[in-house]
Design a protein around this ligand. Structure first.
Ligand code: 3PY
Ligand code: MG
Length: 258
């Protein structure tokens, strides 16, 4: 028996959130497994395959998850609620879901991620062992249920004033590991279009990050520069993401200007 065989889904994410260490990653909205590998080889801790705004279909998403497993970077998929079941079966390590506005929505999110357990415990994830997450049946059964329920990370996004007002309650929901503030949507929903640097929006972002830290969960948001990251770390932020299309566009502009 080959002792080197690895289970398809990587269960390190929740431990990373709980560790207290800062985490750095990249949103990837382009349908390209090679970009996942490039992020891994560059040293990022995680990638967020962006199926809210990106164009990857499910097959490409599965290939991107394979690329993450092969290269060693932990993959999260950002997706809409109705896609959670599919990307879990493809073998993601975590899901990040936009526009969570209150504790009831956060509880619903956790239930969608967890398999049902005896005694009415757990959640409502549909069970199949034929998918990639369970090794196409090779790693099915009770051990897969336990490893999935214990190992898959759940990240709620706060992007509205209602979410900001309920930040502590959202973060306190058992099973929510991290809360990520979406500054662009938050600025728009507060009536400031894309101007997240407006003082009112900056205050809402800070308040949310501090409330998530107070609830003992991992606060996260976008941080495009080191100085921005240091400012956000002052509020307890530990989960920092950049956007790969922005990084590439900036590099291309510099290359074109030579
Ligand atoms: C936002 O800024 O709205 C986001 O979703 C960032 O990922
Ligand atoms: Mg958003």
């Amino acid at each position: 028996m080959n002792s080197q065989i690895r289970m398809p889904f990587d269960d390190r994410l929740r431990g990373m959130f709980a560790s207290g260490a800062p985490l750095h990653g990249m949103f990837i909205g382009l349908p390209a497994p090679a970009l996942v590998e490039m992020c891994a080889f560059a040293g990022f801790d995680f990638v967020v395959i962006d199926n809210e705004h990106g164009s990857a279909d499910l097959q490409t998403t599965e290939h991107m998850l394979r690329a993450a497993r092969a290269s060693g970077v932990v993959p999260i998929v950002r997706c809409l609620r109705h896609d959670i079941a599919r990307v879990l079966d493809l073998g993601t390590s975590g899901v990040q879901v936009p526009m969570i506005n209150n504790a009831a929505e956060a509880e619903d999110l956790v239930r969608r991620v967890r398999y049902p357990l005896p005694g009415g415990q757990g959640g409502q994830r549909g069970v199949a062992f034929s998918n990639r997450a369970a090794g196409y049946g090779a790693f099915g059964g009770a051990e897969h249920i336990r490893r999935s329920n214990d190992g898959i990370g759940v990240i709620a996004m706060i992007e509205t004033p209602e979410g900001v007002a309920n930040a502590y309650n959202i973060a306190s929901v058992p099973g929510i590991d991290a809360v990520f503030v979406g500054p662009t949507d938050l600025a728009h929903s507060m009536g400031h279009e894309h101007r997240w640097q407006e003082p009112e929006v900056m205050q809402a972002i800070e308040h949310t990050l501090r409330e998530v830290a107070r609830a003992g969960k991992c606060p996260g948001t976008l941080a495009a520069s080191k100085s921005e990251e240091e400012r956000l770390a002052g509020f307890g932020t530990r989960y920092f993401a950049q956007v790969i299309s922005g990084v590439i566009a900036q590099a291309l502009k510099q290359a074109a200007a030579r």
